[in-house]
Design a protein around this ligand. Structure first.
Ligand code: NAP
Ligand code: MG
Length: 502
């Protein structure tokens, strides 16, 4: 756990921060070619705290051109993997050295709690970048089992110029999940952060330059999805796009690819993740702590949020009592207050969307909460819903709202859990290890946690089944598959000296 400061001390740091306000292209801060800007807002106050460059197609063209130049001349793509490692490890150290500034900037820009920024977002960002850096000079290529007359090498090569489009819920961490393996592999990248949360990514790009990353290799093109995002998705000289965001936008990227150069597309999308608690679950205090963390962490603005609690009826009342007890400890309030666990939702638009779901919850059996605390802030809310096709059961709310569904049997629990178009994450709690593992195998999700809520860690692949994902995985050694392509080099060893052919 990080050594936290007081609320007053965090406010003083926030007041003294210098916020980046230009895009980062070819190793320098630059305004948009159009000179247009967008306001950037502190979600906790609704106040404008700065501006970012409103980049459009012209800026994307410029950035992709610089990324291509860098890729082709080999200033990074053909460096010894050990040299790439050194730069990424140095970047990780610089992130750690600037951790406090980054944590406060992240909290200000996104409404996330300083508690999470200090304990999770910033240290994990440094860790992820270091992990991929340290991996890259330890991966071997392959030789295929060909005949004695041939040697067939299967070598990995960086895919080229990569577009990375990321959401606002984990601005630093999603950046790290993508640039860690992409840069380690030798790609040049153009990042399109969410317009609402572009500040920390810009600062990381500046730190990367300080760490020795050559210019043009990491570019951050700020602006809206409709302008900068679509231009990147349709760019004819981008070899691959890795996208994290909503399922609807993910679908668009497949279209952009189909209608342009058939660039590879990897999608990490939404979720409506089930958390099953069976009658025989042990240590309900621990279970409740996991349930609350799964549902309310990051205000529920989490693709892997455990937003459906599927509980067997024998244990329901006891469990709900414990969950409420734990949820009450999650204080809602000013994100820079280190005591606060539930900060501000990302924007007015998103807040209004979550409030519409609160209205639906009010018409159901409300077990806890259900109210806004102030504009932008919503208290942890728990609602029991009987209809299996209700919006609260089916749709990703992306807010601090937990839907409880009661079931009679293990089989029904699994069937309800799988009855969704999503398949990102799932959890199952049971003291019967065999049953829990059987459940884990039956759940159609990319990550299943047993007797815990979580996402695994950097060593485990993360991504979705069904409409939660497409084309690849983030995290672990498998993330490198996104950013590399395989080449076969086939060598004929036949001795043709007596035929005169050679
Ligand atoms: P989003 O609206 O899909 O936005 C994601 C990114 O795409 C942003 O940078 C956005 O830019 C850009 N974008 C929006 N419209 C676009 C368009 N027409 N063309 C090109 N780019 C476009 O998603 P969000 O609301 O920010 O994020 C929440 C979603 O992300 C949730 O569904 C959540 O489940 C998902 N998520 C998934 C994972 C995972 O790993 N599976 C992780 C985190 C979040 P602007 O916002 O700047 O316009
Ligand atoms: Mg902001």
């Amino acid at each position: 756990m990080a050594d936290l400061l007081t609320h007053e001390e965090y406010k003083a740091i926030a007041a003294s921060l210098e916020l980046p306000n230009n895009a980062w292209i070819d190793g320098a801060y630059r305004p948009a070619i159009s000179a247009k800007t967008l306001d950037t807002v502190n979600p906790a106050t609704g106040r404008v705290i700065g501006t970012i460059a409103a980049c459009d197609k012209a800026d994307v063209d410029f950035a992709v051109g610089k990324a291509r130049e860098a890729f082709e001349d080999g200033r990074w793509s053909r460096l010894h993997p050990g040299a790439r490692k050194d730069v990424l490890v140095e970047l990780s150290k610089l992130i750690t050295r600037n951790a406090r500034e980054l944590a406060v900037m992240e909290s200000l820009d996104s409404g996330k709690t300083i508690y999470d920024c200090e304990n999770v977002d910033v240290p994990e960002t440094a860790h992820v970048i270091k992990w991929h850096g340290e991996l890259i000079d330890k991966i071997y290529d392959q030789v295929s089992p060909a005949s004695n007359d041939h040697i067939a090498m299967v070598v990995r090569e960086p895919v080229g110029v990569v577009g990375l489009v990321i959401p606002w819920n984990f601005p630093l961490l999603m950046l790290a999940w993508k640039i860690g393996p992409a840069l380690a592999a030798g790609c040049s990248v153009v990042v399109k952060p969410a317009a609402e949360t572009s500040l920390t990514g810009l600062r990381v790009a500046e730190l990367a330059a300080e760490a020795g990353l050559p210019r043009g290799v990491l570019n951050i093109v700020t602006g809206t999805g409709a302008q900068a995002g679509e231009a990147l998705g349709r760019h004819p000289d981008v070899d691959m796009v890795s996208f994290t965001g909503s399922t609807a936008t993910g679908r668009r990227f497949l279209n952009y690819s189909a209608e342009s150069n058939l660039k590879e597309v990897v999608l990490e999308l939404g979720g409506k993740n089930p958390c099953i608690v069976l009658d025989d679950a042990e240590d309900l205090d621990a279970v409740a702590a996991h349930v609350v963390n799964g549902a309310f962490w990051n205000m529920g603005q989490n693709c892997s949020a455990a937003s459906r609690l599927i509980v067997q009826k024998g244990i329901k009342d006891k469990l709900i009592a414990k969950v409420k007890e734990h949820a009450r400890e999650w204080i809602v309030g000013e994100p820079l207050n280190p005591e606060v666990r539930v900060g501000a939702l990302i924007s007015k638009g998103h807040f209004d969307k979550v409030c519409r779901y609160l209205k639906m919850a009010a018409a159901e059996k409300l077990l806890m909460g259900g109210k806004m605390v102030a504009e932008g802030f919503i208290e942890p809310t728990i609602v029991e819903v009987a209809a299996r096709d209700a919006a609260l059961v089916r749709e990703e709310v992306f807010g601090p709202l937990l839907t409880v569904i009661t079931v009679a049997t293990f089989e029904e629990a699994i069937a309800v859990a799988n009855d969704t178009e999503y398949g990102l994450a799932a959890s199952i709690f049971s003291a019967n290890g065999k049953r829990a593992l059987r459940g884990a195998r039956m759940l159609r999700a990319g990550t299943v946690t047993v007797n815990s809520f979580g996402e695994g860690d950097i060593t485990t692949p993360f991504g979705g089944y069904k409409q939660s994902g497409f084309g690849g995985r983030d995290n672990s050694i498998h993330a490198h598959d996104q950013y590399t392509q395989l080449k076969t080099i086939w060598v004929d060893l036949t001795d043709n000296s007596d035929t005169g052919i050679d």
